[in-house]
Design a protein around this ligand. Structure first.
Ligand code: ZN
Length: 579
């Protein structure tokens, strides 16, 4: 009836307004408006962002929080490090204002400068209790000449609308005077935005290749079109750096300009594109049960991260070739580099694959000098096990792509989270002996039968010995400055000589050591001698006896003894991802 009092529209959900008009101050002005549903709402800032398994305590960048209801200031009582409670007298709209310091440049943090802005909204948007599953509106105020690139549908009035809080914080925001390149994948609109260099302008074939790789991802998943209905790529081209983060409707990529200029740079970036794009299915929509729904306040133990990241890391190397970009030679080199890295990581005999996934939060994302001796990345070993799985399945007439498609149909397409047992069942449904073999690969710290599986496709791993004796240490990078030990290998010559990370090398057998090259000149060939070094400001001596040269790297090559027509055909089908 027309003369009723207007009732507040509580279904509308919160509005997040971000003021970015003074980018040189690196401060984002935030105001969050909502109509409370209870008299005691709580406000919480996420502690981490999905896809990056580390408690980041984003609240360290939040300052100046104040709450108003109409003219009245409302005290915000701190209930936890990133949580506030309000006590209201009525349900009138509330406005929360605060600032976010945006000075950290990564794919999962906030960075606002005179050149651009990037916001990972997990570090910006307070979650209002009871509002998580309601629509959230986003509005932005930008410096003159800047545009916003947001993977959310526009609401028609210059604002954007997220179906719920999860969708909001799954939407990274890039702002700046950047060019934007629209293109389509299977008819679905896509945008490419780069900061730090306009890649599609510099490389006219770039977007066509990205489109090919995106289509290869769709083929792999057995679908006609991408899962997103509107997709945004954001690339930060930096002097140096590497990273990517997946979202339902976007990817954020960081890549070094110098790395891009290297001969393998373009294909490495295309692999990163393939990786994050495939995550659109694997991990975002085909999601571990432990992340369904996501708890933004605390750690979630996710045993299936080996599948989410390992399988994606394995496939990202094959997808460009499957898309018709690149050569078999380059692909074998890249696969060989991963296998080599795996075989040269002693920590694989300490930490199993499931354990690596479960310890992501405290190990992979918190590396130190001893990490290579005590852990193995679930990306790296996950990719090695994915390769073994693919070749095992192919021995029996199936392949990894078919398992992914089955899991997509049974879980991903329905938003049903999977457990570790579901993964094992999906593999065993294709080849029954994987019901025993896969759990063994997940638990064991022994190497799988790499040589046997590679022989199926006419390949073998060949060791390349180092030219010098093995000292069992790694130096801090940088040719200038003191020669500091970054890492001392477990059970190696340096450890036997009682050296430790942080020690500064001074001289060997009376010869001054000034730069890494001096080691080759004085220490090699393998002979023992007296090493002068400095620890904690005190100069000391020790006897150092190098071991014989170790394997410097492994190369993946075609084995002429195995390379018959059958192996060639199998290899060609495998590398082009054909079942
Ligand atoms: Zn990934």
């Amino acid at each position: 009836m027309s003369d009723d009092q207007p009732v507040p529209d509580t279904t509308a959900g919160p509005t997040l307004h971000l003021d970015l008009r003074e980018p040189h101050r690196h401060l984002v002005g935030v105001s969050l408006r909502f109509t409370p549903r209870t008299l005691q709402p709580e406000l919480r800032l996420p502690a981490w962002t999905p896809g990056s398994y580390l408690i980041r305590d984003y609240v360290r960048c939040l300052e100046g929080l104040e709450v108003r209801q109409g003219e009245a200031a409302i005290p915000a009582r701190r209930l936890g490090a990133a949580c506030w409670g309000l006590s209201l007298a009525c349900l009138d709209p509330v406005v929360v204002r605060y600032r976010i310091q945006a000075t950290e440049l990564s794919v999962r943090t906030c960075h606002l400068t005179a050149d651009h802005g990037f916001l990972a909204l997990a570090g910006v948007a307070l979650q209002v209790s009871g509002e998580r599953w309601h629509p959230h509106r986003l509005t932005l105020e930008l410096p003159g000449g800047w545009q916003a690139f947001v993977p959310l549908p526009g609401a028609g009035d210059g604002s954007w609308e997220a179906t719920d809080f999860d969708r909001l914080i799954d939407s990274p925001i890039e702002v700046g005077p950047h060019p934007c390149h629209p293109f389509r994948v299977a008819g679905v609109p896509h945008r490419w935005v780069s900061w730090g260099g306009d890649l599609p302008a510099q490389d006219p074939a770039w977007l066509a290749d990205v489109e090919r790789v995106a289509l290869a991802c769709c083929d792999l998943m057995g679908v006609a079109a991408p899962a997103s209905e509107d997709y945004l790529f954001v690339l930060h081209l930096l002097d140096a750096g590497y990273g990517g983060l997946e979202h339902d409707h976007s990817s954020v990529l960081q890549f070094g300009r110098r790395a891009l200029a290297a001969p393998e740079g373009r294909r490495k970036l295309l692999q990163l594109v393939a990786h994050e794009y495939l995550h659109q299915w694997n991990v975002r929509r085909l999601r571990p049960a432990e992340l369904t729904p996501i708890d933004y306040d605390r750690v979630a133990i996710v045993p299936g991260l080996w599948f989410a990241e390992g399988v994606t890391s394995y496939l990202d190397q094959l997808l460009p070739l499957a898309a018709g970009v690149g050569t078999e030679k380059d692909l074998l080199e890249d696969l060989g580099a991963d296998l080599s890295r795996y075989l040269l990581t002693p920590g694989r005999h300490v930490q199993g694959l499931r354990q690596s996934a479960e310890e992501a939060w405290v190990k992979l994302y918190r590396q130190d000098a001893s990490s290579p001796d005590s852990q193995i990345s679930y990306y790296l070993k996950g990719a090695v096990v994915a390769l073994m799985l693919d070749l095992h399945l192919r021995r029996h007439g199936s392949c990894l792509a078919l398992v992914l498609r089955c899991l997509w149909r049974s879980h991903g397409a329905w938003g049903r989270g999977y457990h570790q047992e579901d993964l094992i069942t999906a593999f065993a449904d294709q080849v029954p002996d994987l019901a025993g073999l896969l759990p063994h690969w997940l638990e064991s710290t022994d190497d799988p039968d790499l040589a046997g599986y590679l022989a199926d496709v006419g390949l073998k791993l060949v060791p390349e010995p180092a030219s010098e004796g093995f000292l069992g240490w790694q130096l801090e990078e940088g040719s200038a400055g003191p020669m500091l030990l970054r890492r001392v290998h477990r059970s190696g010559p340096a450890e036997r000589a009682r050296l430790q990370a942080g020690d500064e090398l001074l001289a060997f057998d009376g010869q001054r050591l000034r730069r890494p090259d001096d080691l080759a000149a004085f220490v090699a060939p393998s002979r023992q001698g007296e090493l002068l070094y400095c620890r904690d400001g005190r100069v000391r001596t020790t006897r150092l006896t190098p071991d014989p040269p170790a394997v410097a790297r492994w190369r993946l090559v075609i084995d002429p003894l195995l390379d018959d027509e059958r192996a060639r055909e199998k290899r060609q089908r495998w590398l082009s991802l054909q079942p």
